[in-house]
Write a new protein. Structure first.
Length: 150
């Protein structure tokens, strides 16, 4: 798992260079990709489905992104996009199209549904963390105003 996570780090590093992330943010973004892939592999090793594994890994990636965004004052999307790169179901899209071209519609439908489910799980995982962060920030600001007004 560690070797695969290192490879995910290198792949995410390359993606970060491609989208012009520079300096320490590049390293931190690549680290997010390695962490999310490690989480995916760890959860998958317990025989969880690919969709559940991607969902939990996306939650971890989103939490990592939000924490870094608040601590170094950079938008969370910089880290979130890079952190989910290893999770993106590119092979699922490829094999879906391969089965369509091979005129094997049943396998294409199964693989296509799985691919869409994985993509949805990633999106929902990031959404859950983002909403949770917004709620916490809202209540923190309300409590802060209440304390300092009195």
């Amino acid at each position: 798992m560690v070797e695969k996570s290192i490879m995910a780090f290198i792949a995410t590093l390359g993606f970060g260079l491609l989208v012009n992330i520079r300096g320490k943010n590049l390293f931190l973004a690549a680290l997010g990709g390695a962490i999310s892939w490690f989480a995916f592999l760890l959860i998958s090793s317990y025989h969880a489905s690919v969709v559940i594994s991607c969902f939990i890994a996306a939650i971890i990636a989103g939490a990592y992104s939000e924490i870094l965004a608040r601590s170094i004052k950079v938008p969370a999307t910089v880290f979130a996009i890079c952190a989910i790169i290893p999770l993106v179901p590119g092979s699922g899209m490829y094999y879906t199209m391969f089965e369509v071209i091979s005129n094997n519609m049943e396998k294409a439908a199964v693989k296509g549904f799985e691919t869409i489910s994985v993509a949805g799980a990633i999106a929902v995982g990031l959404f859950v963390v983002s909403v949770f962060t917004q709620i916490v920030r809202y209540w923190y600001s309300r409590i802060k105003k209440t304390i300092f007004i009195k």
